[in-house]
Every structure is written in C-alpha cells, then in structure tokens.
Design a protein around this ligand. Structure first.
Ligand SMILES: C[S@@+](CC[C@H](N)C(=O)[O-])C[C@H]1O[C@@H](n2cnc3c(N)ncnc32)[C@H](O)[C@@H]1O
Length: 227
C-alpha cells in the first residue's frame, strides 16, 4: 500500500503525497531562489553548532547507531557526518549549498576518517542514488524546509532507505513560535507525514543530551521503514 501511495501522489489519511512533478514545482522556493546559498555566503548560520550534536556522540558511544551506509540530509558543514563516519559506517552528507560543502571540505577534507564519508552537492527531494541507505539522520533539516514540503520530505526518506532501513530524527524545535525557518515541530508533525508513506515509530524519547539553548525542545525519534 505504501508503494501505491508513493506512485499515485494521492491523498492518504489527510496527507497529500506529492508526485515528482509536484515536488519539482516546490523547488524554486528552496533551490532556485538560492536562499540557502545566500545564508552560507553571508555566514548567517546560527544553527551551526561548530561540532557534532552531543546525542550523536552518545549514540556512537553506546553502540546504538546502525552500521552500514548512512545519509545526513541537509548536512551543512558536516560535523555530524564526520562524527558518525567509521570503518563500519560510510556516511554521505548531502547539501544543496556549494558554500556549505566547501566549508565542510575545508574543515574535514584531510581528516583521518576521510575515506569513511563523502559530501555530495545535491537536492534531497530529487537525488536518487543507485545504492540505498541503511540509516538516515535528520537534524535541523525537517524544520528548515517549508512546511508544505514535509510530505515530499517523508517520501524522500522512504525512497532513500533500504526496505528495513532506519530513520533517526532529532526533532527540533518543539516550541510554539510562529514562522520560520526553523518552523516549529512536534511528534505529530513527523507522524503525520511518515506513517502514511510506510514508517513506524520504534521509539520517541526526550533528548537529555540537548545543548543548553535547545533543552526541552528536542526529542529523538527512531522510525523503521515497513512495507
Ligand atoms: C538549517 S541548516 C542545518 C545544517 C545541519 N543539519 C546542522 O544541523 O548544522 C539546513 C541545511 O539544509 C540545506 N538544504 C536546504 N534545502 C535542501 C535540499 N533540498 N537538499 C539538500 N540540502 C538542503 C541547506 O543548505 C542547509 O545547509
């Protein structure tokens, strides 16, 4: 059924799942207008933590990140990508911004881990590699896209993962502010788009490792792709 939903672009459970043609009509907003590139050029990147988000280090230390091939969509300067990379886990950091990836390469291009990750300049909504991923980690990407793109985001996550792949969402910001980006989120915001395309929540937990300014505004969601 999930497959049918994807192909049809029909309304399921109140969520419109766009066809690739519809997604293409959204793209001018995020890509052609060059908004993200401008932010990177101007250094208006207040979201950048300057290092990996602490929950990633915790998941690595506790052996709770899947091995295999991992994707970080909207990876920015790639701190999480490099932290996650290991001989057991090859990580692809994807971003549409040439400037973001230039910074990522400047910072990490000569890292001793360089053979375990790569940065790819592509659009999450249209990029479909031949080889699918075992896991995807989304942090500050879901909240950065326009809310009407969320069904297309869910569809992309589904299409980029292997059949039993895992999507890990660090849900942020769980607030009640208006506007964005970042746009406010909550658990149901993710459920509303992930469940109709074929994901099941495995666990949703508070993030005790959030940085001080994000404390109480983050939850870690782990989702399995079911068919
Ligand atoms: C708010 S930043 C977050 C970066 C990083 N995840 C972090 O937490 O530091 C969102 C990133 O998504 C990228 N982005 C926006 N739309 C994208 C798209 N359609 N495909 C790939 N990357 C995209 C932007 O260039 C930007 O680097």
């Amino acid at each position: 059924m999930a497959e049918e939903q994807q192909k049809s672009g029909h309304n399921n459970g109140g969520n419109l799942i766009p066809t690739p043609e519809e997604v293409a009509t959204f793209l001018p907003k995020t890509v052609a207008e060059g908004e993200w590139e401008k932010k990177w050029e101007e250094g208006a990147t207040q979201w950048d933590l300057g290092g990996p988000t602490p929950i990633i280090s915790h998941l690595i230390d506790t052996g709770s990140l899947p091995n295999g091939k991992a994707l970080v969509p909207g990876c920015g300067t790639g701190h999480d990508v490099v932290a996650m990379a290991s001989p057991e886990r090859f990580v692809v950091g994807l971003d549409i911004s040439e400037n973001a990836l230039k910074k990522a390469n400047e910072s990490y291009g000569s890292s001793p881990k360089a053979k375990y990750f790569s940065f790819v300049e592509e659009d999450v909504f249209t990029w479909r590699p031949n080889e699918l991923f075992d896991s995807i980690f989304d942090y500050v990407f879901f909240c950065a896209i326009e809310p009407e793109m969320r069904p297309a985001w869910a569809k992309s996550m589904y299409e980029l993962l292997k059949p039993d792949g895992e999507l890990i969402t660090l849900m942020y910001p769980i607030t009640d502010h208006e506007g964005g980006p970042p746009y406010k989120v909550d658990v149901s915001t993710y459920e509303d788009v992930l469940v109709p395309v074929g994901f099941k929540a495995v666990s949703i937990e508070e993030n005790p490792h959030a940085i001080a300014t994000r404390k109480g505004k983050e939850k870690l969601g782990r989702w399995k792709k079911i068919n």
